[in-house]
Ligand binder design. Structure first.
Ligand SMILES: Cc1ncc(COP(=O)(O)O)c(C=O)c1O
Length: 456
């Protein structure tokens, strides 16, 4: 049996219909370098989605590789209860220094969903200890994505992920969130004053006595199709949470570490949440790792004698993993020394400009939206009405298959194609990425949908 046959025999891949793999076999990657992935047959793919939004500094980054080699010769992993390790301590200090001012304590975990679970549990537990026993519910936005373990799934609102499990999930208060492309209030991105915040305000006003926390993906709802919204929404949210004594959880798992053009998405609004969940880019796409940052106020509430039963008894075996922390430290060092955030401004601009130019006059490109190192292209049936293609037509998936043959790894969300490349991408690679994406879109529409590609 070759690798593909063995893969199909033994592996159940995530977020997939395995029947699809019969037609499109798994691509077995042997090597990576910079933005490129190479399969066992030597085919190259530009990883313009940073391998599920994690890879900040390219595959097989020499400096990160060296940091791993150095760390592995000292300590790879050690129990994190009662024990600690140098990289974890240094990383915690660094994170406290670079995250918004209220965040003073770092709780380590090993993936994004568990970070969300921790933030939800800590918020609830805090309220129980404070005697706010009615505060048992969470508020989340429509189209939110926060991970797929049961607690995290409870605050998600993507049918594909949570519909079946609804009987098992928490009773979350769902608030209709920002949708700037299809703004119901008739505003454009430029003149938006987050009028849609009224929905959240109403929810908090009416239900605050039973609400422990509001959780949001600041600035961009990634899995919703890179829905970008105004920082004004976040400012209003911070004020409203303060007014009603409700915690604010910022899920920066996808957007933290420079993705939106600032180190953290909350920085766009100048707000400090009560909890911040970080993962993905924290370890440059190398190791499973996450943290929940919180305030002294929350931490102090759990502090006391053992018999007071105040402790936060929650653990993940790989919490504070020394390898992951050493990688994260090197990652942050490179950010500083190579001015990653500043350099991304030009790169992000170039991606946006090239994309806008290519999208001009195309009837099926509804919107090109962009922030920092994210540019998304929403494919629609009709640009004027903004009508979407039906979900089961799988327009995005069909374009993805065409692009793969041309050496581009897109992974559309429904009918939204997007570029989230590693930050080390170079101009030529940016041109290849944008050109190949549009060639693939064009090819799709030439073969399907009657070929009505341009509106000229
Ligand atoms: C905003 C957000 N929260 C949580 C998660 C879940 O992280 P993980 O897949 O590591 O569990 C993701 C993953 O894409 C995410 O984008």
């Amino acid at each position: 049996m070759n690798y593909v046959e063995k893969d199909l025999k033994y592996i159940w891949h995530p977020c997939s219909q395995m029947k699809d793999y019969e037609e499109l076999n798994p691509i077995v990657i042997e090597k990576g370098e910079g933005v490129w992935l190479y399969d066992i047959h030597g085919n190259a793919y530009l990883d313009c989605i940073s391998s599920w939004w994690t890879n900040t500094l390219g595959h097989s980054n020499k400096r990160i590789n060296e940091a791993i080699k150095k760390q592995i010769d000292s300590i790879e992993h050690v129990i994190f209860a009662n024990f600690s390790n140098k990289p974890a301590i240094e990383l915690a200090e660094k994170l406290v220094n670079i995250t918004p001012y209220k965040l003073k304590k770092v709780f380590f975990s090993d993936n994004g969903s568990s970070a969300v679970e921790i933030a939800l549990k800590m918020s609830f537990h805090y309220n129980m200890q404070k005697g706010n026993t009615k505060k048992k519910r969470f508020v989340a936005l429509s189209d939110a994505y926060h991970g797929e373990t049961l607690g995290a799934l409870s605050v998600c609102d993507v049918d594909e992920f949570n519909m079946v499990y609804k009987p098992l999930l928490l009773d979350t208060l769902r608030v209709e969130g920002p949708d700037c492309y299809r703004c119901k209030y008739g505003y454009s991105r430029e003149n938006c004053n987050a009028e849609c915040f009224g929905n959240m305000k109403k929810c908090l006003m009416e239900n605050h006595e039973e609400i422990s926390a509001v959780i949001v993906e600041p600035m961009v709802q990634g899995a919703a199709g890179m829905k970008i919204y105004s920082p004004i929404y976040l400012k209003k949210l911070r004020d409203c949470c303060d007014k009603y004594y409700v915690h604010l959880i910022a899920d920066e798992i996808a957007m933290g570490f420079g993705r939106t053009g600032k180190m953290f998405a909350c920085n766009h609004a100048g707000i400090s949440p009560d909890f911040m969940c970080l993962s993905k880019g924290i370890s440059a796409g190398y190791m499973p790792m996450s943290v929940v940052m919180t305030t002294d106020e929350v931490y102090d509430c759990f502090y006391g004698d053992y018999k007071e039963r105040k402790s936060f008894i929650h653990s993940h075996t790989y919490a504070g993993n020394a390898m992951g922390c050493a990688i994260a430290l090197e990652n942050l060092k490179i950010f500083e020394q190579d001015n990653i955030i500043e350099n991304n401004i030009e790169k992000g601009k170039l991606i946006r400009e090239l994309t806008l130019k290519k999208a001009e006059g195309l009837n099926h490109v509804g919107e090109v939206r962009s922030i920092g190192m994210i540019t998304a292209i929403e494919i629609v049936k009709d640009k004027k009405t903004k009508e979407s293609y039906p979900f089961d037509m799988r327009v995005g998936y069909e374009i993805y298959k065409i692009a793969l043959k041309k050496g581009l790894l897109l992974r559309p969300i429904g009918n939204v194609l997007y570029f989230i490349p590693p930050y080390i991408i170079q101009q030529e690679e940016i041109e290849f990425m944008v050109n190949t994406c549009f060639q693939s879109i064009e090819e799709y529409f030439q073969q399907n949908a009657g070929g009505d590609y341009t509106d000229m």
